[in-house]
Ligand binder design. Sequence first.
Ligand code: ZN
Length: 434
Amino acid sequence: MKGVVSMGKERDWEEQIGELFTYIEESPTSFHAVANLEKMLNEAGFTRLEERERWELQKNGKYYVNRSDSSIIAFVLPAKEAKGFHMVAAHSDSPCFKLKEIPEITVDTAYLKWNVEKYGGMILSTWLDRPLSVAGRVVSKGKAGMESHLVNLDEDIAIIPNVAIHMNRDMNKGVEYNPQIDMQPLVGMASAGGSYLERLAKEAGIAQEEILGTDLFLYNRDKCHFIGLDKSFVAGPRLDDLECAYAGMKALVQEEADDYINVCAVFDNEEVGSGTKQGAASTFLSDVLIRIGRKLGMDEEGYRCALAGSFLISADNAHALHPNHPEKADTENRPILNGGIVIKYHGSQRYATDAYSAAMMKDICNRAEVPFQVYANRSDIVGGSTLGNISTAQVSVNTVDIGLAQLAMHSAYETAGAKDICYLLQAFRTFYRQ
Ligand code: ZN
């Protein structure tokens, strides 16, 4: 990698990207993505707060709050009176398949497969013919109430096999996949029925009959890799949006707060519309900010003033110029891999960026000495949406939508630029240091 990422500031960038690879590989679901961020925060001396308890906050203190095991907000308080909040938001979930409550199906009394449904809008074909496993959480009744246990069977357990080309000669002309028919994973011979519960219980450290609830998802077992003659790309599962979630939290733990309260929020359920109690459309962020404000002695007006002086960077990956399909990109506003941080614009405001917030972001990039580029959809393509304008419905602050350029968004295995990861870390650190 040396020579490819030539920024050479403070840290060995190859090591930084290696840490991101480990984070992604150890985060097969949003529950794991958040648990691993908590680990990072604990190691950096952050204190965990519970939403159901009263908070005691100290100046210069570092804290985090988790909601429903899959969303997290961490913050760093300054020593002096805060002018407002400097926030980064990203999401912890990625498109995948969720196991139904009763998942087992036998075929001809011979095979065992699982009944799964879509979570989010994935490229279905990319899930075929590759080793898959299952992870998530199980809930049991403990002494003090319901207890949640992270589980990951971490073995090659499932595969969704294609139909042979001999049985569908038109396959290479394009196939329409039916999720209920084509996307059900084969997990063993029929005699393996029921054994997954036994294994989940063992993984959770409880008895099988103690399992009262599950949130279980299939995940791609592939590792992350550097790609290219010059190793200038990275490829891996869940780059959208674990690249941004990791970079946001990593920058937060590396910087002290000065004039502003530094906040990093990672929300679950972006891929299914954010409308859950822990999603970006929930009150999670406003609940946390109001409590911080109150504890720091802000009255109602003081809190409103602080919000008016705040800034949110909504970070979610962006579409890069595709080497085989340049015509899919806008004619001018077309970011490339390794071209720097992408500032995203949308005429109908599905991205929250405006002239003011774009100017703020460009200034951050300039001070961080990292390049930036811009994205807009082709005018005849609807495009996606993201966290920015959803979270501003609850917490209305100046917001910019940014991301890292990537290819094959929502594939089971995505591709992005290696340099861009380093640029993003550098920009976030500069933002928090401000
Ligand atoms: Zn995303």
